[in-house]
Structure formats: structure tokens, C-alpha cells
Write a protein that binds this ligand. Structure first.
Ligand code: PLP
Length: 368
């Protein structure tokens, strides 16, 4: 089972809004010029508005430093490199345990120290909120705390809105610098505004934050490598300085980002009709994922499984930490040709109305 979204036929569909945007781009541009080091200006401005809201005070006061990034991974790299070089405090970044494997790899690669806070115990597949608060409370002051903004990969487990508010207060008390990875905005609730709750709450509470955005999943632009990296500063001049430093990192790493994906994003975000079309498509995807979770649980129960599979429907987004053991995962692969990582993470997007019963029966067989 794969990491990118599949439709109910099991195929990686291209968004209709993206197809429409590409038609416009074909007529509009007759060039393949370089972009600026920081990417296209209108892209950066629309990307940050999607994160913070059109009327965000941080945008009005020019306190945002945004660069276009080579996907979400590029945003992790640029932000990490910037923090390793310029963060005034302790350059140790605290990650949720578990998290997407590349977080640790990229942050170590750019020279940050990496440590962990408890997030989710795979045996129970539930947020370990007490463990999280306890560990964050022990992080040395002026360190970096890393969060996934919504639809956590690989657990599918997010804090509730009330819990985000408590985390924000604790992060403030500890004087930590919060960094949000936003690779799945729209996937958790089907609504971009709701899925921005975590980092918008932190901003309202007076934190300066970094927000790393990817359009790989939310617009299906995987191979176009389209993302952004934003730091919120105290004032315009601090934002300008941060921007210059990020441009310097980009110049020395890959000079400038690709232009096709960002042109697609601009066409969609700048046009109310295309934007609406895109929002509806993301909503449909999020609803399909929810329907597949329900179908998997129902089929497991129909197959006669006596285990509790509630976590499948309580988790959100593209991934489900199934509680399958490495031995059971191996049996699924060897005997039923169902492929998933040893930690038991199911990519819910790999389920379809056609295969969900087969998958459920197989899971039932290996967990008897
Ligand atoms: C949580 C998380 N962050 C970042 C990324 C990287 O996104 P991109 O594919 O745009 O580099 C991924 C990709 O799977 C992810 O799951």
C-alpha cells in the first residue's frame, strides 16, 4: 500500500482543479525561466494566506517570511538548515514519537540535534496526552518543539482542539520555538480552516512559529515538488532578515525552486471558482478516507473478528496505525500480498470498495 492518495479505482487521480489550472497555464506562459531564489512572489503570498487566513494580522503587518520550497521535504530542509545556523537557543529539536521517518533524517542531516517526546503508544493507538505534556514540560527552555499540524503521519492521531490549547500554553511556559509540518491540510476534517486550528491557535497565543507546507497530497502535486516554508517574525525587519538568510541557503543548495507546480497553485488559489472546486475535491477525498475506515472496521466485524477495531475509525487522515505486529504484517504480505510497513501502518487510501473486504478478511486471519 502506497503513501499517496488513490481513488476508489485504486489509481492516483489528478485533481480536476489541477487539470483546469494547467489549461490556463499552457496559454498564459510561453517561458521556462528561472524563478527567484525564494520562488514566485504571488505563490508565496497565496500559500501563506491559505495557512493563516486572508485577513491575518501577521500578513498585514508583513511579519511573515515565506519561501517556496521543493515540496514539504524541501521546507523541512530549509527550515532545519536555517534553525541549525541561526536559532538563538538550544539547537535540539524535539519530535513526536513516532513520526514520519524523514523528519529525524533531515533534521540530523542539517545539523540539529534530535530528541523525542511521547506522542502515541502504538499498542493502544491513542494519543498519550499525559506523556506528551510530561515530556514537553521537561524540554530545556529555548529549544525547538516540532508538531504535525493535522492528520499525523503515521498514527492518524491528532490532539483535540482543547488539547492543542493546553499544548500551546505549555510550549509558551517552556519558551520553546514551535515548528509545524502541514503536509495534510484538508485531509483531517475536509476543511482547510478547521485543519489550521493547531498553528493558528499558537499564533493567537503569541508564539512565533515556523510553518512548513506541502501541496503533494492536498493538491496531488507529488512529483511537482511544491511546498513552502514560513517563519513568523516579531516585525517586518526581522522577517526581511530571515527571508534573506533562507534565500542564501536556497542559493547554495539548489538555486531556485521549480515553476510548474507553483504556477498551478497560483491559478487555483487566485481564482475563487477553481479554489472552490479544489476545496470540494479535498473534501471528497477526506470523506472517502472516512468511508474506507468505516468499511474496514465493519468488514472485520463481519468476518468475525473479536478484537476492538475502534481505533481505525477514531484515527483521521490517510494513515491508520493498525496495532498489527511485525509478524502479522509479514504474514499479510507473504500469504495475502498486502503490503504495509512493519509498524503496521495502513495507508487508508489504498483501500477501495472492491478490496476492503479482502483486506479485512486477511487481517482477521492473521490476528486470530
Ligand atoms: C508528515 C509529512 N511531512 C512532510 C512530508 C513531505 O512532503 P513532500 O512529499 O511534499 O516532500 C510527508 C510526505 O509523506 C509527510 O508525511
Amino acid at each position: 500500500m502506497l503513501d499517496n492518495y488513490r481513488d476508489d479505482t485504486g489509481n492516483p487521480s489528478i485533481f480536476k482543479s489541477v487539470v483546469e489550472a494547467e489549461k490556463i497555464i499552457k496559454n498564459k506562459y510561453q517561458d521556462k525561466e528561472y524563478s527567484y531564489f525564494s520562488g514566485m512572489e504571488d505563490y508565496n503570498s497565496l500559500a501563506v494566506k491559505l495557512l493563516l487566513g486572508d485577513d491575518s494580522v501577521f500578513i498585514c503587518q508583513k511579519r511573515t517570511a515565506t519561501v517556496q520550497a521543493v515540496g514539504g521535504s524541501g521546507a523541512l530542509y530549509v527550515s532545519g538548515k536555517f534553525m541549525a545556523q541561526f536559532f538563538p537557543g538550544n539547537t535540539c529539536i524535539y519530535l513526536p514519537q513516532p513520526t514520519w521517518a524523514n523528519h529525524e533524517a533531515i533534521f540530523k542531516f542539517v545539523g540539529l540535534e534530535v530528541a523525542w517526546y511521547r506522542y502515541c503508544d502504538p499498542k493502544v493507538s491513542k494519543l498519550d496526552f499525559e506523556g506528551l505534556m510530561d515530556d514537553i514540560n521537561k524540554i530545556p527552555e529555548k529549544s525547538i518543539a516540532f508538531f504535525q499540524g493535522c492528520a499525523h503521519n503515521p498514527t492518524g492521531v491528532d490532539p483535540s482542539q482543547e488539547q492543542w490549547c493546553e499544548i500551546s500554553q505549555l510550549v509558551k511556559k517552556r519558551q520553546l520555538f514551535p515548528v509545524f509540518d502541514v503536509a495534510y491540510q484538508g485531509f483531517a476534517s475536509g476543511d482547510f480552516y478547521n485543519d489550521a486550528f493547531s498553528f493558528r491557535t499558537f499564533l493567537q497565543d503569541g508564539h512565533k512559529v515556523a510553518i512548513l507546507q506541502s501541496y503533494s497530497k492536498s493538491m496531488g502535486l507529488y512529483g511537482e515538488r511544491t511546498g513552502s516554508c514560513t517563519f513568523i517574525a516579531d516585525c517586518k525587519s526581522e522577517a526581511d532578515t530571515i527571508l534573506t538568510q533562507m534565500e542564501e541557503i536556497i542559493r547554495k543548495t539548489y538555486s531556485s525552486p521549480p515553476i510548474h507546480g507553483s504556477r498551478i497553485v497560483v491559478e487555483i488559489l487566485a481564482d475563487e471558482n477553481l479554489k472552490y472546486m479544489w476545496f470540494q475535491e479535498v473534501k471528497m477525498m477526506s470523506e472517502r478516507l472516512k468511508a474506507m475506515r468505516n468499511a474496514l472496521k465493519e468488514n472485520l466485524e463481519k468476518a468475525g473478528s473479536k478484537h476492538n477495531w475502534d481505533h481505525i475509525v477514531h484515527q483521521i487522515g490517510m494513515f491508520c496505525l493498525s496495532k498489527l505486529t511485525p509478524k502479522q504484517v509479514k504474514k499479510l504480505t507473504d500469504d495475502y500480498h498486502i503490503y504495509l510497513p512493519a509498524d503496521g501502518r495502513i495507508s487508508v487510501a489504498g483501500l477501495t470498495t472492491k478490496n476492503v473486504q479482502y483486506v479485512a478478511n486477511a487481517i482477521h486471519e492473521v490476528t486470530k
